[in-house]
Write a protein that binds this ligand. Structure first.
Ligand code: AMP
Ligand code: MG
Length: 485
């Protein structure tokens, strides 16, 4: 379909207007296209040829609205680094309605009622990061919001005393933008029960429709969010993804990865790795992520518990770690080419041993799996371990691994056939994004588009980009990024 043929559906205006603000975007000056995402165009049924039009840039910039579109910003609250903040919301994001089940939202579209001290803008660097990374996550099968397009501008934005940056906008899309923090906000209002019931019904209708006719449906809603969150954490841990700002306002009720900030795919393996420079205590370190997921669910239970059996919610939370571990062992087994559904004993011991070995080895985490997937034979394990700073523990681990394959009665080659499906050749690291950002700042957007393509096809070869298959150069490994974006 052409852009002018797309029609937005609105579903948020049945709530009281204290939960959102209807407003228009404040367009960026001299906006221009940087990239659009063909895959996302397909999702919303938009013709690819529309991406190159002036109208399309105007659409992303908020100057042109889809038919029936009534833009709005949502209110929510949240626990930020453990402390409750009663009033947050879309401070720089504007919602543009739903198309084919995808809620479109631009990030960086100007001030809203919820901007607080902020300027309503997003800088180019953080917009490039979110645009590429959300697609990389999707391609790895990790539930996430998506990105439709990215525009840049000459609009001046200030994030530090020294530098002037330019504003950009990513159009993001998600089946739901409701956060744990949305429930916290509704729970603080007068007539909280009535509002929470309406919100829970909304979430059930749009995201968990199979619960509609169920008894105890609000309890069941929480149970499903708990399971989805545990599964998401398992995937993050399996691929070494660190979100960086797991505040409850950044937790999706649909169990998706949302609000990309100072995230990273871990470079060399380190359980204590912290990717967010602001997080001095390591609240959101790699190892803490699953526990924080649970902590955040407890906060959600506190709000949702006002309209159902709070005790039942807390009791269900006791299954969270079990679900997380089960999924984590399963996914890690797959990354090792092992089939834990066939095996009577789980591979948790083998995986724990690997984690211990990698912690000692100081080896690029995803590169380990890549090399294992392409290892010639067990006589040649130096192909893998030579990429570690400390080799001994990994060498010992290979003995256990060999035994595990023997017990499953499969060869290394057979295991590798399985591994190829889950161990990508390319993982998008922060240093790669940084290279794309530096080029884009000079007006060259080719690497943004190339990285997007690689991110979307991580299991394929990409000629000319072989160096991105290698471990992160040590000078760029496990660096922390600031929150300011
Ligand atoms: P985040 O950590 O990016 O998820 O943002 C936390 C809160 O701060 C949300 O309510 C955002 O909308 C708001 N926020 C972040 N940056 C800005 C900005 N530049 N202008 C306005 N609001 C912002
Ligand atoms: Mg956020």
């Amino acid at each position: 379909m052409k852009l002018h043929e797309l029609k937005a559906e609105n579903d948020y205006f049945n709530f009281s207007d204290k939960f959102y603000q209807q407003l228009q975007a404040t367009p960026l000056n001299h906006a221009h296209l940087i990239s659009y995402n063909k895959h996302a165009f397909d999702e919303i049924g938009l013709d690819e040829s529309e991406g190159d039009t002036k109208e399309f840039v105007e659409f992303i910039n908020g100057e042109r609205l889809l038919e029936n579109c009534q833009p709005y910003a949502m209110a929510y609250a949240g626990h930020q680094f453990g402390y409750f903040v009663p009033q947050l919301g879309d401070g720089r994001a504007i919602n543009l309605g739903r198309v084919k089940g995808w809620h479109l939202q631009t990030k960086g579209s100007g001030l809203t009622r919820y901007s607080r001290q902020g300027d309503g803008r997003a800088v180019l660097r953080s917009s490039i990061r979110e645009y590429i990374m959300s697609e990389a996550m999707h391609a790895l099968g990790i539930p996430t919001t998506r990105a439709l397009a990215l525009i840049g501008s000459k609009h001046r934005v200030y994030r530090s005393y020294e530098d002037v940056e330019t504003g950009a906008i990513v159009m993001r899309m998600s089946p739901s933008w409701i956060r744990f923090g949305s429930f916290e906000f509704f729970a603080r209002q007068k007539d909280a029960q009535e509002h929470l019931t309406q919100l829970a019904e909304y979430v059930i209708e749009h995201t968990y429709p199979h619960l509609k006719e169920e008894e105890k449906k609000y309890e069941k809603l929480f149970f499903e969010v708990t399971d989805k969150t545990a599964q998401l954490m398992a995937l993050w841990q399996t691929y070494g993804f660190m979100h960086g700002v797991m505040n409850t306002d950044n937790m999706s009720i649909a169990g998706l990865t949302i609000d990309y900030g100072p995230f990273a795919f871990m470079d060399y393996f380190d359980l204590e790795c912290i990717c967010n420079h602001t997080d001095a205590e390591g609240r959101y370190s790699y190892i803490n992520q699953p526990y924080i997921g649970r902590w955040n669910l407890e906060v959600l239970a506190h709000s949702l518990g006002k309209i159902c059996d709070h005790e039942a919610l807390l009791e269900y939370l006791n299954t969270y770690m079990f679900t997380f571990k089960k999924e984590y062992w399963h996914r890690m087994s797959l990354r090792l080419g092992l089939d834990d559904t066939q095996s009577s004993n789980s591979y948790s011991t083998l995986i724990k041993e690997l984690i211990g070995a990698l912690q000692e080895a100081k080896m690029d985490y995803n590169y380990f799996f890549y090399k294992l997937t392409h290892l010639s034979s067990f006589e040649q394990i130096s192909e893998v371990v030579d990429h570690a700073v400390f080799r001994e523990s990994l060498t010992i681990w290979f003995e256990s691994y060999k035994k595990a394959l023997e017990a499953e009665n499969i060869t290394l080659k057979q295991a590798q056939q399985r591994m190829k499906k889950v161990n990508p050749l390319y993982v998008i690291k922060n240093y790669m994004l940084q290279e794309a950002i530096e080029k884009a700042t000079q007006g060259d957007f080719s690497l943004v588009n190339d990285l997007l393509h690689i991110a979307q096809h991580p299991f394929d070869e990409h000629e000319g980009f072989e160096r991105y298959k290698k471990p992160t150069p040590i000078e760029f490994a496990n660096l922390q990024l600031s929150c300011s974006s």
